[in-house]
Write a new protein. Structure first.
Length: 211
């Protein structure tokens, strides 16, 4: 993992055949830039692979997120298990080309602020990940993740909470990821330790001193 570099996703295309059908169905090869596609906050770093097949879903990611190697984010590509067949006939047969709904998506992927996503995680469409959450290595995230929770596994399940309920309320209200650069620099000794009361006290005193 290369720290402190700009987030740049790889927009991967499937390699199905025939190519003539791929041109009609899959995402264009002259892909738009990262910034024109997704809303990503400052400070976030990593190189996830973002996969989509033209569905009307998008990715929103907050500030100061840490994305490790091998992370894949699926914005769609779901096979229809509620249909008689899961096979993508609309790709391969002319008689099905006007039948919409396959592949499918469950919606946008929304990732909050200060989220750590470890190596080789897969995040499926329609998922929201709360602020301060941690996703364990090789997890498959198929449902929403609570703020400041640690989840792991396939499917990803809660392992523990990082802080108490009261502390999480304080951290959510502080929303330090929105602080200006001066306040953020001043807060470093409080951010880089585990005492929630200390950063709460710092924020109150800083705001009073700078009014």
């Amino acid at each position: 993992m290369r720290p402190w570099v700009s987030l740049s996703a790889i927009h991967r295309e499937a390699t199905l055949k025939p190519k003539s059908l791929l041109k009609r169905f899959f995402f264009k090869r002259d892909k738009p830039s990262w910034k024109s596609l997704y809303d990503v906050g400052p400070g976030t770093y990593g190189e996830p692979t973002v996969l989509h097949w033209g569905e009307a879903a998008t990715l929103k990611m907050g500030s100061y997120c840490s994305i490790a190697d091998g992370v894949k984010i699926y914005l769609g590509g779901n096979h229809r298990v509620d249909w008689i067949t899961t096979y993508p006939f609309s790709i391969f047969r002319e008689s099905a080309k006007n039948i919409v709904g396959h592949p499918a998506t469950k919606g946008d992927v929304i990732i909050g602020h200060d989220v750590w996503i470890a190596d080789d995680v897969k995040i499926l469409s329609g998922v929201s990940i709360g602020n301060g959450a941690v996703i364990g290595a090789s997890s498959v995230v198929s449902s929403n993740v609570a703020p400041y929770s640690i989840v792991a596994g396939n499917p990803a399940k809660p392992v523990k909470m990082r802080f108490t309920d009261d502390e999480i309320l304080i951290l959510q209200s502080l929303s330090w990821w929105f602080w200006d650069e001066v306040k953020l620099d001043s807060a470093m000794p409080c951010l880089l330790q585990g005492d929630v009361a200390a950063i709460h006290k710092f924020s109150i005193e800083y705001d009073q001193a700078t009014e």
